[in-house]
Design a protein around this ligand. Structure first.
Ligand code: GDP
Length: 385
């Protein structure tokens, strides 16, 4: 499906940048336009793929290009004040060509955390296309303020978008990795999953169209509301262009093995590491997409995987289809779970945030009292004026 991507804040901009590189690499064609919005000049300058004319600096009057720190209330305020500047960049998007907007942001910081929900609300008021969010949750070790920001932004963002796709940095970190190196790897993981899903709805006629290719309306129907998470599993396979098949004369592989492989890839995708871990049974809707070289996309395998997911979720709304990618040496399964409700990480985030909010209020009240008592001389000392 064709998307207009808008990256808000540093994480949002970097992930959109990575989406553009991925779309190019797989020749996906799922990005119609990409815009980056930030209150920090240096973050915008650091992007590589978002066109310069689509980089929007907001909040100049207040923060002079230095960013809002981790103040997401300020992030929301500058987004509201400069919404016309953002709209200016969106005006250059041929909106009639797109199937949906996707607003991407890290939820623990300031600019994206505060600004993304403001922009989503604005887009929904103006356009008829669905507006999706891709929200990135902070690691638990980032500290109370990031958790509090993320919990408050999450609460707001969910209400303003048609569906919030979630990625949790906390489950995707690796020990011993530098923060920067870690984000580069994590960003590639993000775009591979969400990128393959969106590219799936963008197969042109004549592009090895299988009968059961996923259509963008199936993605849109699966994303009708709530929160979503994605699982992905893949295996390297020998393609037609590979040495082995050219020696053996081509498409000579075991059909039964291909069915079993696809069925177990679907299970692995759903039961392995999800972008937001949750109880699979709590999903309201689902979509299974088989990706890879057309000859390996086994219909029976997808159908079995789809039925298995129906049993796991008890949902009658599990869709399935193919995304043929010729020349790829990997066969994979994407499982999109939508309308999930049993998500321990969100409960934990909210709990820690409520505690952080209470502690902040207590500390502030105590500090005010302590200051008053420090300055209290019982009226014996006169101030100058
Ligand atoms: P903003 O610029 O004020 O919106 O804030 P940032 O985007 O810099 O940071 C917000 C949160 O996003 C951080 O707390 C991190 O959890 C996360 N984050 C920052 N940079 C990246 C990145 O490149 N990739 C990912 N996955 N997360 C990031």
């Amino acid at each position: 499906m064709k998307l207009a991507l808008i990256g808000f804040g540093q994480a949002g901009g970097k992930v959109v940048d990575e989406f553009l590189a991925f779309d190019d690499r797989i020749d996906g064609g799922f990005i119609e336009s990409a815009v980056a919005v930030n209150s920090a000049t240096t973050d915008l300058k650091g992007l590589e793929h978002v066109p310069r004319e689509n980089r929007v600096l907001i909040g100049q009057a207040r923060v002079k290009g230095h960013g809002v720190g981790a103040d997401n209330e300020l992030g929301a305020a500058v987004a509201e004040e400069d919404i016309d500047e953002i709209q200016g960049a969106i005006d250059s998007i041929p909106v009639h060509e797109i199937d949906a907007f996707l607003v991407v942001a890290g939820m623990g910081g300031g600019t994206g955390s505060g600004g993304a929900p403001v922009l989503a609300k604005h887009l929904k008021r103006i356009y008829t296309q669905p507006v999706y969010g891709l929200g990135i949750l902070p690691g638990m070790d980032e500290g109370g303020i990031y958790t509090l920001n993320a919990a408050r932004s999450f609460q707001t963002f969910v209400d303003e978008v048609d569906n919030l796709l979630v990625f949790d940095n906390d489950v995707w970190r690796s020990a011993g990795e530098s923060v920067e190196g870690g984000y580069d790897r994590i960003n590639r993981e993000i775009v591979e999953r969400f990128g393959l899903l969106f590219a799936a709805g963008e197969v042109e006629e004549g592009d090895h169209v299988a009968e059961s290719v996923v259509d963008s309306s199936e993605i849109i129907n699966t994303l009708s509301n709530g929160i979503s998470t994605i699982g992905y599993a893949s295996e390297t396979v020998e393609t037609n262009s590979g040495l082995l098949s050219s020696l053996t004369g081509g498409d000579d592989f075991d059909e039964g093995a291909a069915t079993n492989r696809m069925t177990s890839l679907v299970r692995k995708a759903a039961l392995g590491r999800l972008t937001l871990p949750c109880d699979v049974a709590s999903a309201d809707r689902g979509l299974v997409v088989a990706t890879g070289p057309p000859s390996h996309l086994n219909r029976k395998g997808v159908e079995r995987g789809r039925q298995w997911l129906e049993d796991e979720t008890g949902s009658m709304e599990i869709r399935g289809g193919d995304y043929p990618i010729p020349h790829r040496d990997e066969v994979g399964a994407i499982v999109l779970l939508s309308g999930v409700t049993d998500v321990p990480r969100i409960d934990q985030l909210q709990q820690v945030a409520i505690e952080a909010q209470e502690t902040t209020e207590e500390v502030r009240a105590t500090a005010e009292e302590d200051f008053s008592s420090l300055m209290d001389t019982g009226g014996e000392l006169d101030a100058l004026f």
